[in-house]
Design a protein around this ligand. Structure first.
Ligand code: CA
Length: 686
């Protein structure tokens, strides 16, 4: 039996699974305790260094570690070691390796040396009171905005001082040369609830020692999982700075009412062989067979999450980000390469302390060479096995914009025929793989593939600019109002584009320069771009105003959401029965992708039009009865006018009170006093 086969045996796991919480370097003022899991090592030493700069000969001391329980090694260093850098030297059958600590809390430049850290000293003022501003809500209440730290501020038009840095994300009062708000002020104005940051842990593809070089990378190449990326800090050399500044960013976002999601990439590492865990326990972290790395990820290696100490490592890491950095959500890259047990355990253990943290990921099925038999993977098809974990709906994405791997394929909004049933399934939050609306992330664009507007340009080359804008906004109206969790790439609202200098558009901008990746804030000076952002604001506001759009069970969807029948070809429509806490008694949502208008017969009642091809929001634009005409390539959304009978006619008996509350809540200023009265009564009754 080879060593890598042995790693995955029950016998090995019984003997060498360590369950303690003290792996890494635990700092106190009096001493620092080290514990490293290295079951195959012959000896282990801790090296203490003055600086975190790799290659610099400034070792202060070397401490021999003692063999301890379950394959771990321990040592202690007396005194206040805060700020001292360290590595481990591991003597193995395979040779002597010096490696960073897989549990490093921070590192020096480029993540080669860990740093002992008094974590409390990195807390910004008021950190103990910092919390998720959206606590108490459901995942379907989230509106997720996906951003790369650098893209927000790297274009000069952002007016942001800390360009490309964590701190740039929370600068307030920034604007374009024309005075249009940018950065955080813009994000706040959109009304989104969750800011999802592309990888912000320490990754390998950007040289932190040379910030002057114009280096960009998405960051899907993890080096240190529990350390913020140094190139986003104002000083990558002093380990405490990146920790402090990332916390400052998170606190600033929380104060702005925005929850923070981290994009985590546990499925593979920057480089399988040099990854610190594999240096310490050769080939343990990755799926390998006789030195050959499984490569389902397409990034050179796949993580062996099915092994007990990798499983623990991933669970510990996610818990650490939630506890220490107050992270409110996690987006898992290629989660189809990780096993469902690891996912369920990390979800449950994070939620035990932070019940509102949300989890979602890319659940594509991928070919990977597992090291154990009978392991179920966290894929869309297995969604029922991970009930508190959501998956990106490529079903909806491809319906809206066309098949992902063909840039010229066009989708529903650009005139693809025969898509009605798929649109209906997605609108109701259950594409065929999805058991429940809390498990589908609905979107039309993310960092991967072409920006939505670019894809429309490619796939509808004969359409006018104005028509492509209509297609864009029809797509937005579909994913934003569907049951599930809406998600958009930052800048989609201002028709973000990634044009290539030689023509065409970039569909994989992972290492493209800032000039391609950055958000071009100056575009907001053009009326049609500003109007587009305003349309998105209206869609978001409408979603937030209507709980009926944010149902949390499939049963509720079945009881409240009905597809309209007998519409023109390609047109889809829905009648939603208002939830008790919805100001609308009912909502009708109509989508017309055709180039001609369509007339739809409305259910009985007076209907307020809130969303048309040109405007979106919560305020009624017009009231109609009978039928409504939906403009070409557009959405039309109507709410049923609330009860208008004078209050004196309402029966306020205890029995009927709850039934009236929904309607009463919708009555505005004119009857404000009475509404307040009813609300108080209801609280008292409960
Ligand atoms: Ca780095």
């Amino acid at each position: 039996m080879t060593m890598t086969e042995l790693y995955s045996t029950e016998e090995f796991e019984r003997k060498y699974t360590y369950s303690g919480t003290d792996l890494g370097a635990v700092w106190t003022k009096e001493k620092t305790s080290f514990r490293l899991w290295a079951p195959t090592a012959k000896s282990v030493k801790v090296n203490l260094y003055k600086t975190g700069n790799p290659g610099v000969d400034d070792r202060i001391a070397q401490i021999e570690m003692k063999s301890a329980v379950a394959g771990t090694w321990t040592a202690e260093a007396a005194g206040d070691m805060n700020g001292v850098y360290y590595t481990f030297t591991v003597e193995l059958e395979q040779g002597v390796h010096e490696a960073c600590d897989p549990y490093a809390r921070t590192t020096g430049v480029n993540g080669q040396r860990a740093m002992i850290l008094d974590l409390r000293s990195t807390d910004p003022e008021g950190w103990e009171d910092d919390h998720d501003p959206n606590a108490g809500k459901h995942i379907t209440d989230a509106i997720i905005y996906e951003l790369h730290v650098r893209d927000l501020s790297s274009d000069p038009s952002s007016g942001i001082t800390n360009r490309g840095k964590f701190l740039g994300v929370i600068e307030e009062g920034t604007h374009t040369p024309d005075g249009i708000p940018t950065g955080l002020d813009h994000i706040k104005s959109m009304g989104i609830t969750h800011l999802h940051l592309l990888p912000s842990y320490d990754y390998g593809s950007v040289d932190e020692a040379h910030p002057e070089r114009d280096q960009f990378n998405w960051g899907y190449d993890p080096v240190n999982y529990n350390v913020p990326e140094g190139s986003y800090a104002t000083d990558p050399y002093h380990g405490e700075v990146r920790v402090k500044e990332m916390k400052q960013m998170i606190q600033g976002l929380h104060r702005a009412g925005i929850s923070v999601v981290l994009d985590v990439v546990y499925n593979h590492v920057y480089e399988g062989e040099t990854f610190c865990f594999n240096q310490i326990v050769p080939e343990y972290f990755s799926r390998t067979h006789n030195g050959h790395y499984s490569n389902g990820s397409g990034c050179g290696n796949d993580t062996a999450s099915e092994r007990s100490m990798v499983h623990k490592y991933i669970v510990d890491s996610v818990k650490y980000w939630a506890d220490e950095y107050h992270i409110d959500g996690f987006r898992f890259d290629l989660v189809g390469l990780l096993d469902v047990d690891t996912i369920n355990e990390l979800v449950d253990s994070v939620r035990a302390r932070h019940p509102n943290v949300i989890f979602y990921g890319e659940g594509w099925s991928m070919a990977t060479e597992l090291t154990k038999p009978d392991v179920a993977m966290a894929t869309q098809r297995n969604a029922w096995q991970t009930p508190n974990f959501a998956y990106f709906s490529d079903t909806l994405r491809d319906v809206l914009r066309g098949y992902v791997f063909d840039d010229r394929a066009y989708g529903y909004v650009a005139g693809a025929q025969g898509q009605e049933e798929l649109v209906k399934a997605c609108f109701m939050g259950h594409p065929d793989w999805c058991p429940c609306p809390t498990q589908t992330i609905n979107y039309a664009s993310c960092h991967d593939n072409m920006a939505l507007f670019d894809r429309l340009t490619m796939s509808a080359p004969d359409a006018s600019f104005a028509d492509r804008v209509r297609m864009n906004n029809l797509a937005a109206a579909i994913y934003m109002l569907s049951q599930g969790v809406p998600f958009l790439q930052a800048g989609e609202e201002l028709l973000r584009s990634k044009p290539l200098p030689g023509g065409g558009f970039e569909h994989n901008s992972y290492c493209s320069p800032d000039s391609i990746n950055s958000i071009k804030w100056n575009d907001l000076s053009k009326p049609e771009y500003a109007a587009n952002a305003e349309y998105y604001r209206g869609l978001i506001a409408f979603r937030k105003a209507h709980p009926t759009l944010r149902l949390t069970t499939d049963e509720a969807v079945r009881e409240q959401v009905f597809a309209l029948e007998g519409l023109d070809a390609n047109v889809t429509g829905f009648h939603l029965r208002g939830s008790a806490d919805d100001p609308a008694a009912a909502i009708v949502v109509l989508y017309n992708p055709n180039k001609t208008p369509t007339t739809v017969q409305l259910p009985k009642g007076r209907w307020n039009i809130c969303i048309t091809d040109k405007t979106a929001g919560t305020e009624p634009l017009l009231t109609v009865e009978g039928g409504v005409s939906v403009a070409p390539i557009s959405a039309c959304v109507l709410t049923l006018e609330p009860v208008t009978s004078p209050l004196s006619e309402l029966d306020l008996s205890e029995k009927k009170l709850p039934l009236l509350l929904g309607a009463a809540a919708a009555m505005t200023a004119a009857v404000g006093g009475a509404v307040a009265y009813l609300t108080r009564r209801r609280k008292k009754d409960n």
